[in-house]
Ligand binder design. Structure first.
Ligand code: SF4
Ligand code: SF4
Length: 189
């Protein structure tokens, strides 16, 4: 990270911080920087900035650094941080908002594989109302160009009944479709 003029970037990115607070529903200004969230985070070993550092960087208005960070893509939304936070901040919601903002800002390359996986995962839910594991793996491999990735696990999983060769469609698909449409409307798409 190069030299940063904090007063300048804080002023420039104030509206971004307000947006993150509004969209995530988390008042990150309440953060004490106790770092308990980071202390319990199972993904911290793979992050470039710890969860509490991301919150601090946000407060300092370091929009680009946060949106380009690996951390927001490593976070798996396990909510361990939330259960440990002494200020009841749901850090996972903040990370979720930051991923959406990173995609909008065109900074999603680091999370390209995660983004593809998310899209494929959601498209199977949208189509069948539940996860279709075999379809998910095949579509994900096609879209990422790794055609035979994890292929050795497919047959044993099917033989053990852990994955089905064909999708199972649930009855409430209409309700699922409505949920997706409602989310689209909320995102203004
Ligand atoms: S645990 Fe909560 S208060 Fe402490 S650093 Fe993390 S977000 Fe801030
Ligand atoms: S939700 Fe994300 S940031 Fe929080 S503990 Fe889990 S992996 Fe870490």
């Amino acid at each position: 990270m190069g030299e940063v003029n904090f007063s300048q970037v804080m002023e420039q990115n104030r509206s971004f911080v307000d947006k993150v607070i509004e969209k995530s529903g988390q008042d990150i200004r309440q953060c004490y920087q106790c770092a308990k969230c980071s202390g319990g985070c199972p993904g911290s070993f793979a992050m470039d900035y710890l969860p509490n550092q991301i919150i601090r960087m946000l407060m300092l208005g370091m929009k680009e650094e946060v949106l380009k960070s690996q951390t927001i893509w490593v976070c798996m939304g396990c909510n361990t941080c939330t259960t440990r936070c002494i200020r009841d901040i749901e850090v996972a919601h903040v990370m979720d908002t930051l991923r959406q903002e990173a995609i909008k800002a065109g900074y999603a390359e680091k999370g390209r594989l995660v983004t593809i996986f998310n899209d494929v995962f959601l498209s199977t839910i949208r189509s069948y109302g539940r996860l279709f594991e075999a379809g998910l793996l095949m579509m994900n491999n096609m879209k990422t160009g790794n055609l035979f990735k994890d292929a050795q696990f497919g047959l044993p999983m099917m033989l053990k009944g852990k994955a089905k060769p064909f999708p199972h469609r649930i009855k409430g698909r209409k309700e699922i479709k409505n949920i997706f449409e409602k989310i689209k409307r909320m995102e203004g798409k």
